[in-house]
Ligand binder design. Structure first.
Ligand code: NAD
Ligand code: USQ
Length: 387
């Protein structure tokens, strides 16, 4: 298949490009390097050094003989997006290219507006490009488990059968997310479902949980193929952050009482899920939703698991929660769709934590401890509100 990966310079996009290329697909990546720009803005950097996209592509070709085409541009530029889709003529488009940090979207009004504009407009431009160039293209879009929030009922895969006043219907699962970033994904989901309904395009929305890990078989082949490893309080995700904290000997930062439960997934399973979704496309007109996670754990359980795997004594600290989220709640998620397509999950194990610990130890000299403490508050007071 010909597969175009939007956001192909990012944490997940780059390993996905290599995985699909290794599997024999013709791959192209697109990116505007916004993610590298947020690092400059925030004064942080990936713990593991990463090469320029052009170097990454050249190294992959040198090692495997396989070309990966690169399109540099912004999805919010509709002409760029349409020209790219027409030029590469993909069978599937994997769409990762969004601002993806909840804290970044909650910095202030400007960052909330940027996040929603970037994500919603970029996705709309992709939808128009598909509808007007080739409605047969399968859109594989990264959504997020946080779209659902933490409802007091089971979380289904995107759709809910309801009985109301003696009548029944199948509706999009009601969403109550916890940040302006997570809300941008809800808005995308609605736009994509609408495009499937009116234009008959085919889409798979993957509501992914929190990703952990830093290596896949392909990125591990050469240091110059490494993907990013974020540990700061804005872009670092919880398990990766706890591993870094355990290595540099600072307390693990559990927000609130740590009873928040989240879906988790190993980065090696992320790339496999994308492959399965691409190779088993949705039908024309279908808005297919899978919940992309392999296990659920509370934040405190994650901290205790990392602390137990560490050779040092690791304290766990409960910080005042900078976010507004339920810290004790019901959480029961259906995630059978991808397993039915053949996903064999890597569950969180000591082996995985050991490999993350050794990567972290190798680059521990690059950690900036001050970047690990959360400074972005969800709550507003009049003195905090900026324009
Ligand atoms: P990332 O920030 O590392 O990668 C996203 C890439 O998209 C970046 O390289 C960025 O420069 C690019 N991008 C952003 N806006 C763009 C635009 N307008 N035009 C072109 N390129 C643009 O993020 P990631 O961790 O790789 O996540 C990828 C996707 O997966 C995101 O949509 C995210 O919401 C979703 N997701 C991530 C996680 C996780 O734990 N990392 C979990 C669930 C869902
Ligand atoms: N948390 C802590 N301590 C920390 C960091 C986080 O207790 O040091 C808690 C948070 O309060 C939250 C949970 O851990 O309850 C997860 O936080 P996170 O920063 O790992 O994840 P989140 O903000 O939800 O976002 C990440 C990715 C995002 C993706 C999402 C999947 O950045 O792109 O969409 O995970 S999900 O959470 O399933 O929506």
């Amino acid at each position: 298949m010909r597969i175009l990966i939007l956001g192909g310079d990012g944490y997940l996009g780059w390993p996905t490009a290599l995985h699909l290329s290794a599997a024999g697909h013709d791959v192209a990546v697109a990116d505007n390097f916004a993610r590298r720009g947020y690092d400059f803005e925030m004064g942080v950097d990936s713990l593991v050094p990463i090469e320029a996209l052009q170097t990454r592509v050249a190294v992959w070709r040198e090692l495997t003989g396989k070309p990966v085409a690169a399109y540099i541009g912004d999805l919010c530029d509709a002409d760029f997006t349409a020209h790219m889709v027409a030029d590469f003529a993909p069978d599937a488009i994997v769409h990762y290219a969004e601002q993806r940090a909840a804290p970044y979207s909650m910095v202030d009004r400007k960052h909330a507006v940027y996040t929603q504009t970037n994500n919603v407009v970029g996705t709309l431009n992709v939808l128009y490009a598909i509808a007007e160039i080739n409605p047969d293209i399968h859109l594989v879009k990264l959504g997020t488990m946080g779209e659902y929030g933490t409802p007091n009922i089971d979380i289904e895969e995107g759709w809910l059968q309801i009985d109301h006043n003696g009548r029944t219907d199948r509706v999009l699962y009601p969403k109550r997310p916890g940040s302006f970033y997570h809300l941008s994904k809800v808005h995308d989901s609605h736009n994509i479902e609408f495009a499937c309904r009116i234009w008959g395009i085919r889409a798979t929305d993957l509501n992914q949980g929190v990703v952990y890990g830093q290596q896949t078989d392909e990125t591990a082949a050469d240091d110059r193929l490494a993907t990013r490893y974020d540990y700061d309080a804005v872009f670092g995700t919880v398990l990766n952050r706890f591993v870094v904290q355990s290595v540099i000997g600072v307390p693990l930062t559990v927000y609130g009482n740590g009873g928040q439960t989240r879906g988790l997934i190993d980065i090696r399973d992320t790339v496999r899920c994308i492959q399965l979704a691409c190779e088993n496309p949705a039908d024309r007109g279908e808005f297919r939703v899978f919940n992309q996670l392999t296990q659920t754990m509370s934040v405190l359980q994650i901290a205790e698991t990392v602390a137990a795997a560490s050779s040092e004594q690791v304290p766990i600290e409960r910080l005042d929660n900078p976010r507004v989220e339920q810290e004790e709640h019901y959480y029961n998620v259906v995630y059978t769709g991808l397993a039915d397509l053949g996903l064999e999950a890597h569950l969180l194990s000591d082996t995985l934590i050991d490999s993350l610990l050794s990567i972290t130890k190798r680059y521990a000299h690059r950690v900036r401890p001050e970047a690990m403490l959360p400074t972005i508050q969800w709550r507003r007071t009049s003195s905090v509100i900026s324009n």
